[in-house]
Design a protein around this ligand. Sequence first.
Ligand code: GLU
Length: 550
Amino acid sequence: MNNKELSNLLFPNIIKTEEDYEQIYPKRNLPENAKVTRLGPSPTGFIHLGNLYGAFVDERLAHQSGGIFYLRIEDTDDKRYVEGAVDTIIDSLAFFGINFDEGVTKTGDDGDYGDYTQSHREEIYKCFAKKLISEGKAYPCFLTEEEISEIRSSQEQQKLTPGIYGEWSKYRNCDVSLIEEKLNKNVPYVIRLKSDGKPNAVGKDIKRNSVKDAIRGNLDVPENFQDIVILKATGIPTYHFAHTIDDHLMRTTHVVRGEEWLPSLPIHVELFEKLGWEAPIYCHTAQLMKIGEDGNKRKLSKRMDPELSLDYYMSEGYHPEAVREYLLTILNSNYEEWRAANPSASIEEFNFTAEKMSTSGALFDLNKLNDVSKDTLLNIPACSLYDYLENWSKIIAPEYKTFFEDRNYLEQILDIGREDKKPRKDLIYSKQIMNFISYFFDDYFRVEDEMPVEVPKEDTRIILDEYLKSYDHSDDQSQWFDKIRNIATENGYAAKPKDFKKHPDEYKGHVGHVSTVIRIALTGRSQSPDIWTVQQILGKEKVENRIKNY
Ligand code: GLU
């Protein structure tokens, strides 16, 4: 039996050939240099910042070049499959403004290069496994688990690289009659690549390939010598094999993926070579890192860092614009400079390049995200912010429903101090905003802070009484402040903080302490935006009630 006969024996039902698939999935008709990228998440139910980070790179590379960005679901590892995960992937990415041109959607496939779900492509993978077998580049391997672990222990003893390769692979060059015998007995088997690499070569004998990586430049990659599994005993392909075939047939030009895939690159180089295809350009992105508790950089971890999950940003209510903006600052080293020069330009105008990406760990910092978020929200008009917050509250925090009963009221609150020359940057993310503005709503109003120590208890009462008596809602800001100053001086408080500082023995405190008393009675807090403005929004009735109630 020759290789061709063996391939027919193994895959009698695979009729289509490589040529058929080349015809079904022709080269894409796109402008020159247009990039075709894809996101290939596994439907594990956990969608993380790394996915979004990679998706941004994919999206920018494709859309900046007039290319295509598609979604492929990589579900060959059925143990990791979680129901509903695909919808979660699509929804979460859409939330952050990542939309696909092609691929899996919530209502089925969209595009001419599908099926876009790996588990539906078994026939295609088998066709190419069959082809490799017929060309003597792959073979069925009947090694049992026990045999494999015995091989591993002898390799360990001899200090050799573990794995199935060269002389360790009993079925690599065995007699075809042995294979026939096993097949007749229905012994389970996997299909392995018959690697051409030189096992355990040392020094100059290790063959190396130069592989272009758009982020890292040319990579010097040692050749693979492992006879890796391409089809598992179930007939399901491994990631290595599936992505090679998919990226070729879906005409992917750039593969953006995490640097954890770098060690597998030798395998992928050999697979493309054996299949006779040009490999796409790889873009291995840096790991997302953070400064750990001990002050050292470490990888973001699923267990320790809630901020690794995209759910975190949605449930805290970070505005997607802010997250996008922040991700770009860590994605491209020249982004911040560009943003400073183009404060109101849209992100799409920035020329994103893979070359400007970090190769040694991208540092993720929540404080920095918060800073970026403050600036981003400043540019979002109150009416849009209102819609965003209302939507967030509906999904995540219905307890704030009452905040959305009066649009005009909430919009005024959100706008406090935003038009000032040096605008206030109070707003960061939904949860924080709800808390920051909660005192505007009677149900949420609480006295959180203590009155200033400079003001004795009986003075608090006097100050608030006098304030209430003199209160006129139509006073302008300076009339209003004159009244506070009067209350201060009449009760033994300096009219100016600096007077109090100079002569601390002559006063109980200063006008600032008096206004803090009013601020706490009105807002429950010792820190708040300008009291006069807050009162104008609260309205006469609420102001008077709060002073009375205190
Ligand atoms: N399915 C792989 C993962 O879950 C994707 C790797 C790739 O994009 O090639 O990480």
